[in-house]
Design a protein around this ligand. Structure first.
Ligand code: URP
Ligand code: ZN
Ligand code: ZN
Length: 474
């Protein structure tokens, strides 16, 4: 690996040196030092020389990774008749403890709101609370009203937009005309459309057929699994990929959960269609047998967890490349909020906590189980999301000039997932009791230590909004 310095290192007065860690960089992984000046990485090389006041962070015996990006997060989201329980204070503390440095949330217009008002609302949620950097995908929920506002949002520094193919009752649903028209605009502006791909009409029909007191008594939360077969996702992925191919607009499939989805994306990519796909940590380590548990309703999320074959196919997709990003779709509801279901699965607030466990779950079940390498994990958690979301090279990589956003993890030390000791404002975790390695011993955000010895030490409100000028792999 080449040493990389902007200037000869002897001339540099480092404020901080991260010493002797196993550092993952674009040009290879090896034991070296990282020199930090201000908010940025100033040098990568062996035996960097400290000045009198340089802070030394001992990373020997640890991996030093680019901070993970979680590009699919919902904080303080009004949804399913309640509001998700992690706000920007607890959500970003949880993120930092898990080695996540920036996150991207979704600004969703409330009834009657413009896209600009949606962004303002989400800015206000983050203001004064965020511990890490953040930005938003802008959700186009009423195409005819919003379509002419997209250009203005691009000029304001937002380059990723989102449409949902379901959630009519929330007022969020887009039809094919909206998807097609928005993708045309993405092509025109060089921006990217994220899509939640599920087939609403057939899903609604399956829900209606099963929504009887007798079936609910017999099957309970298993009906969530029974009404969301794989074709609900794959038909929608196929359809929106068709609109992507027809328009040439960049498309990003969020939270892909099926093997069929991965097959469709792979085939489209081989034809040169500008589509990329994300999966989430929960789809890589859980399957829909959880609905047989007494507390199975807690695991209701949308899309739902799938079969072990899908889990295996998604890992394969990560290795082969058709799955580019691992995120969480964090949308936290407490046990009390989840209990709103009262036996009717259509009333379960859908979503799970995940920010705090993204890196530990991926490291423990990906790297330590030899499903992906350490470098591949950093591609999927850091570099690819940063590139695709228009944040690279500022974020997502350990390079001279990049923000000093780092996650320092012990290669083997495990911690038990225990909600009592976690930062998330959830009183349960889908991984409760699991022994996971990969929690951040130290997290740095723009050169500042915000997690030290596994505890959050950073100040809320220090996180900054990230303006962007591009998106996608163009
Ligand atoms: O269950 C989930 N995923 N809740 C959040 C909304 C969404 O579809 O991403
Ligand atoms: Zn979604
Ligand atoms: Zn989501």
């Amino acid at each position: 690996m080449q040493e990389s310095h902007a200037q000869p290192e002897a001339d540099l007065e480092f404020e901080c040196i991260v010493r002797g860690g196993n550092v993952v960089t674009p040009s290879g992984t090896r034991v070296t030092d990282i020199g930090i000046i201000g908010e940025s990485i100033a040098a990568i090389g062996s035996n960097l020389v400290p000045a009198a006041k340089t802070r030394i962070i001992d990373a020997s015996g640890h991996h030093v990774l680019p901070g993970a990006l979680d590009v699919h997060v919902h904080l303080e989201l009004p949804f399913c008749g309640t509001v998700s329980s992690d706000d920007y204070r607890t959500g970003t503390r949880a993120a930092a403890r898990g080695g996540v440095t920036p996150l991207i949330d979704f600004a969703i217009p409330y009834a009657g709101d413009s896209l600009a008002q949606a962004a303002d609302n989400w800015m206000a949620k983050a203001d004064g609370k965020a511990l890490i950097d953040y930005t938003f995908h802008i959700c186009v929920t009423r195409y005819d009203e919003h379509k002419d506002q997209i250009r203005g949002m691009v000029d304001r520094g937002f380059t990723t937009f989102k449409e949902f193919m379901i959630y009519e009752s929330e007022g969020w649903q887009s039809d094919d005309r909206a998807l097609f028209g928005t993708l045309e605009k993405m092509k025109e502006y060089g921006t990217m459309l994220l899509v939640h791909a599920e087939s609403s009409r057939v899903l609604d029909e399956l829900i209606a057929r099963n929504h009887t007191p007798e079936l609910m008594k017999e099957y309970g939360a298993r009906l969530h699994r029974m009404t969301r077969p794989n074709f609900i996702e794959s038909e929608a992925v196929q359809r929106v990929v068709t609109w992507c191919e027809a328009t040439g607009g960049q498309l990003y499939i969020v939270h892909m959960s099926t093997g069929e989805g991965a097959d469709i994306v792979k085939a489209a990519q081989s034809r040169g269609v500008p589509v990329v796909a994300e999966t989430c940590a929960q789809y890589l380590v859980l399957d829909d047998s959880v609905f047989d548990r007494e507390d199975g309703h807690l695991f209701a999320c949308c899309p739902q967890l799938k079969k072990p074959e899908d889990v295996a196919r998604l890992w394969e997709g990560l290795r082969d490349g058709e799955v580019s990003v691992i995120s969480t779709d964090t949308c936290t509801f407490t046990r009390e909020q989840k209990s709103m279901w009262a036996g009717d699965w259509t009333k379960i607030p859908m979503g799970m906590p995940g920010l705090e466990t993204l890196l530990p779950v991926t490291y423990t079940h990906g790297v330590l189980k030899n499903r992906i390498s350490l470098d591949e994990m950093c591609m999927k958690l850091s570099t690819n999301p940063a590139k695709i979301m228009g944040l690279y090279p500022r974020k997502g990589s350990i390079e001279v000039g990049s923000d000093a956003d780092l996650a320092i993890i012990h290669p083997e030390r495990t911690m038990k997932v225990d909600c009592e000791t976690m930062e998330t404002n959830a009183d349960w975790s889908p991984f409760e009791g699991w022994e996971l390695a990969g929690f951040a011993r130290t997290t740095l955000s723009r050169g500042e230590v915000i997690v030290d010895d596994y505890a959050v030490v950073g100040t809320e409100g220090r996180g900054k909004w990230l303006s962007r000028t591009k998106a996608g792999l163009q």
